[in-house]
Structure formats: C-alpha cells, structure tokens
Write a protein that binds this ligand. Structure first.
Ligand code: ADP
Ligand code: ASP
Ligand code: MG
Length: 416
C-alpha cells in the first residue's frame, strides 16, 4: 500500500484538483490512500471565522461567505452542471458549520477552533473525491475522525496509537483507492480535534505506520526538499537522499516542507518518504530513507521568522541555575511556548520562542515577578546544518546577531 498526501498548495484551485487526477493516472493509484489538506489558504480563512466568533461577532457571516465563495468558484469550474449533487453536499457542510456556531455553548477557544477549522479538510476531500469519481478514478471517502483517535488537547492533539491502529486496520480497504482528511482526528467524546498546523503530513505518516505501507509520497510545489526554502534563499539545491535522522533535525529546526512529527513513525518502520513535485510528478524528487549520509552533503539553511527572544536576569544577581530554570520551563510549558533555542550564563538566561498560541504577554507578566525581563519581538532565527565558514558569513552579513550557538556542525543565530 502507498500513501499520498496532497497539501493546500496542490488543491488551491480547480486546476490543482484536475492535476491530481492527472498525477494519479500517470503514476498509478491501486492500493493507495490519499490524505488531503484544506484548499489553498482555507485554514487561515477559517481561523478568521474563529476570531470573529470570539471577538467580532458582526463579521462572522462575512468571513464564512468568503470561504464559501472561494470554494464555490472551484466547484463551478469542476462541475459545469449546476444541478450536480456536490453543490448541496458542500452547502450542507457550510450549514453544519453555521449550526455549530449558533448552538455552541463552550467558551473554550481551542475547542471551538478545532470544530471550525476542520471544515476545510471535510470540504476539500468531498470535492476532490467527487471530482475523481466523476473522472472515472473510483475512490472511497473516509471520515478520518472515525479512524484517528486523539486526546482532547485541542489544536495540538496527541494520538492514541492503540485505538487508531485498530480503527485503521479494520476500516481501510487496502485494495481500494481511499481518500481522507489530513490534520483531523477525534477525541473519546467524538469531538473533532486537530494535530497542529500543517499536520497533514503527519496524518499521512500515521496511516503509513498503521498500515505498514511501502512508502509515503507528499506532493509539493517544490521539486523536493531543497537545502533552503526557495522563498527566502536564492540558488537552492535539491537534496536527493536524506537519512531519517537528518530529516528529523531539518524538520525540527523548522524546514517547513515536512511537518516535524512526520518522520518518527516512518523511521520506526523504515518506510521511505518521498517528497515530489506535483508540477513535475515524474521527476525523482527527494527520498528520506535509510541511507548513511545526506546526498549531496551541502550546508542546509532554515529560517524561522517572527520569533521572540526573551532574556531574563535575576533581580538580585543570584545565579540562574536548576531551580530557576525549572521554574522558567514550567511557565514556558504552561504557556505552550515552542522553544527553539536556549542560552544561559551565570546570571542570565535567554530563550528564543515561537509565540504560536499568542500567550506572550501573560507569560512576560509572570516572569517579571521573579526576573528582570527584556523582550525582542519579530526576530529571525537561522539554523545552518553542515555549516562552513562561508555559509555562516552569508547569514551574518549586514545583520545584528542577538544570539549565536554552535553545536558540532549546526550553527544557530537569532538576528534582528
Ligand atoms: P503543503 O501544500 O503541503 O502545505 P507547504 O507549503 O507546507 O506545502 O510546503 C511547501 C513549501 O515549503 C514550499 O513552497 C517552500 O516554500 C517551503 N519550504 C521550506 N523549507 C523548504 C525546503 N528546505 N525545501 C523545499 N521547500 C521548503
Ligand atoms: N490545513 C491545515 C493547515 O493549513 C493542515 C495542513 O495543511 O497540513 O495547517
Ligand atoms: Mg501546508
């Protein structure tokens, strides 16, 4: 069995959906399970709906209409017959969303978030599945929430592997073409959960693991994994082969082409991960697999934008040691801060974090009770793997370096 994952960029418009049909016809689709994300920037647009629900109620309708119109345009291009049953199927999903927002009593932001943003994937898979069936690419639509079971940590749910494995093995028919949603799961009360932004790659890995798949292919708008994000770096090089360990490091440091949680389950069963171009599906792309060395072995650059550096020093010149550090980490963990770099000296401690859950101001207030605090917002974190002098120079040039750390051949720099 092979697992394919098509992300938001591959289904951002009607052409993208048509292209999936082409790819499947070219590369073959027997014994395949396809995981699909929300179309284009739909998840961001649904985040606006959630924001409006909590903060600007009068704008809810406008924000839902925006998502509706975006999908309607795609539907009209894919299904010229305006009486096609797909139109009412999609209308029903929007009605379900509106019904939820009208009836919901929970004040919990993360809970509401998951119930709302999940419609992106439910809508995209319904459209793609229908289109493929109409083209003769017969497939079965699966509701992933009946398969992937999680805890109730909304927006960043953890997998219940035992139940998930059982559900997947007993419900996925390996001999068919299966289509399902990325990013979603459900908790023990059958409320929808999500696995963290960009989590559809992880969904593909979960299915691969549970089904002992032969491979996972994620189809991207780039030729494969490059040695840097082409949006921010010129003259990038394609990495042909990447050992699992190296790919885990790259993803962990923020190479956003692969979701960081994706690789562990694959590595455990040595299932290869192919990253290929949906524009040029027959090109070789990248294989993350059981090889000894990165090929070619070149410096790899990772840029994380919009990071925050929090620098702490003790109010009374006392040392920042174990007890202080464990207190700081408790606060960071309570605030769900993702820590990307740490540096400490006798009386100071600096941490570079991602303010993903918008908890920075509360955290700072709490830290100020015990420490002198300085905050640098909107800084860039560069990580260079297999760094050499030229690559470090290239990043440092004309920038003010706030923090720098060298760990074997990995160099990290926070710059202003
Ligand atoms: P998806 O459509 O699956 O959500 P993403 O947008 O998450 O795709 O991932 C593809 C994007 O990842 C590329 O367009 C590219 O800008 C970015 N990217 C970041 N780092 C890398 C890298 N090292 N190699 C290739 N692409 C990268
Ligand atoms: N649609 C979700 C997101 O945009 C999940 C994914 O695309 O992987 O974060
Ligand atoms: Mg994505």
């Amino acid at each position: 069995m092979q697992i394919f994952k098509f992300g938001g960029a591959s289904v951002k418009d009607a052409e993208g959906v048509k292209n999936i049909a082409n790819i499947l016809q070219k590369v073959g689709y027997s014994n395949t399970l396809i995981v699909i994300s929300a179309m284009g920037k739909t998840t961001n647009a649904l985040e606006v709906v959630v924001h409006n629900y909590f903060k600007e109620k009068e704008k809810i309708k406008e924000s839902i209409d925006f998502v509706k119109e975006f999908h309607h345009k795609i539907l009209q291009e894919l299904f010229p017959d305006e009486k096609h049953s797909i139109f009412s199927k999609i209308d029903n999903l929007f009605n379900e969303l509106i019904f939820f927002l009208e009836r919901n009593k929970s004040p919990k932001h993360s809970f509401v978030y998951d119930q709302v943003v999940s419609f992106g994937e439910l809508i995209s898979t319904t459209i793609v599945s229908q289109y493929l069936n109409d083209c003769g690419v017969k497939n079965t639509w699966l509701d992933v929430r009946n398969l992937i079971k999680t805890d109730s940590n909304y927006r960043d749910a953890g997998i219940n592997w035992e139940e998930t494995q059982k559900n997947i093995v007993s419900n996925v028919n390996k001999s068919l073409l299966n289509i399902t949603q990325g990013f979603l799961g459900s908790d023990s009360n059958f409320f929808t959960t999500t696995l963290g932004r960009e989590g559809s790659d992880y969904t593909a890995a979960i299915f691969a693991y549970c089904l002992d798949a032969e491979s996972v292919t994620i189809w991207k708008d780039v030729p494969g994994v490059l040695n840097a994000d082409p949006r921010y770096f010129e003259k990038t090089e394609l990495l042909h082969k990447i050992p699992y360990k190296e790919a885990i490091e790259l993803a962990f440091y923020g190479a956003s082409v692969i979701h960081p949680k994706t690789l562990q389950p694959l590595q455990k069963k040595e299932i290869p991960l192919f990253v290929k171009s949906f524009i040029n599906p027959q090109a070789q792309g990248t294989a993350v697999c059981n090889v000894a060395e990165l090929e070619p072995k070149v410096p790899c650059f990772i840029l994380k934008k919009e990071q925050v550096v929090i620098s702490l020093s003790s109010l009374d010149f006392s040392f920042i040691v174990e007890d202080n550090i464990s207190y700081i980490f408790k606060l960071l963990s309570d605030a769900k801060m993702k820590v990307s770099m740490i540096q400490n000296s006798a009386i100071s401690f600096s941490v570079c974090v991602d303010n993903k859950f918008d908890t920075l101001s509360d955290l700072i207030e709490k830290l100020k009770e015990k420490f002198k605090v300085s905050v640098f917002e909107n800084v860039d974190l560069y990580t260079i793997r297999h760094a050499d002098e030229a690559s470090v120079q290239k990043i440092q040039e004309n920038k003010e370096v706030l923090l720098k750390q060298v760990l074997q051949n990995t160099v990290q720099m926070v710059v202003l």
